[in-house]
Design a protein around this ligand. Sequence first.
Ligand SMILES: Nc1ncnc2c1ncn2[C@@H]1O[C@H](COP(=O)(O)OP(=O)(O)OP(=O)(O)O)[C@@H](O)[C@H]1O
Ligand SMILES: [Mg+2]
Ligand SMILES: [Zn+2]
Length: 243
Amino acid sequence: MNLSQKYRPTSFDGILGQEDIIHILRNQVVKKRIGSSYLFLGPSGSGKTTLARVLAMAVNCGKPAKGNPCGKCDSCRAILKGQTYDVIELDIGSYRGIDSIKRIEMTTKFMPFGEKKVYILDEVHALTSPAWDATLKMLEDCGDYILFILCASDDDIPAVARSRCQEFTLQCLEPKMIAQKLSIINQKERFGLDQNSLRFIAEFAQGNMRSAEMMLAQVINLNHGQPKPKQIRKFLQTRMAEI
Ligand SMILES: Nc1ncnc2c1ncn2[C@@H]1O[C@H](COP(=O)(O)OP(=O)(O)OP(=O)(O)O)[C@@H](O)[C@H]1O
Ligand SMILES: [Mg+2]
Ligand SMILES: [Zn+2]
């Protein structure tokens, strides 16, 4: 498991930045005002897929605390392990065509075990045009036990789709926030990097938390696992020059 997966937040509390969005979603969970379709836009590594998974868990949680999924009830545990049909995640980047939409549409007839049946359509901008038509029809016709969460890192989304969803645009993360999370990982994993090195990485990541976590995993292995700040800076500069 890489650092990004290991440290992917599993509650609203763990998601950095995106304050207004988190505030609204948390409140919707608490007040049971969940909509039927959401669209999460924003740059890569800002937390779209993470947020979709947290929301899916929150709406089904038996004991949410301040809107956060508890992570411990039967529903949360099943979702975390990927052992439930109540949350279905489809990577549209790999399955772009109408067939994949038809296949999931068939399953929308079946009621969830818990509160909501959630479909996360990740990288939804990659849908083909006929697949978009099928998706829009599905969004219109579904029962109120269904929740659709569409995520896209490209905002080339048909206007008709946008108008059917509650749209939220995530922002790229401030270097300060990235450094804050890197610092926690650094401590937990006992990597022993100094704060300056963590700040370099946070700057180089250009707002993308996943990139920062990937860079961290690389630099800790410089110099037999005892990297010096200078070596880290040199490595990152070379890495940037190659992009
Ligand atoms: N706002 C955030 N707070 C804390 N960690 C984050 C945040 N955003 C991203 N991460 C970290 O980065 C990893 C990737 O995040 P995620 O998959 O949610 O990004 P994304 O916006 O869906 O990116 P992409 O457009 O590339 O799919 C997560 O596993 C998590 O470790
Ligand atoms: Mg994603
Ligand atoms: Zn729970």
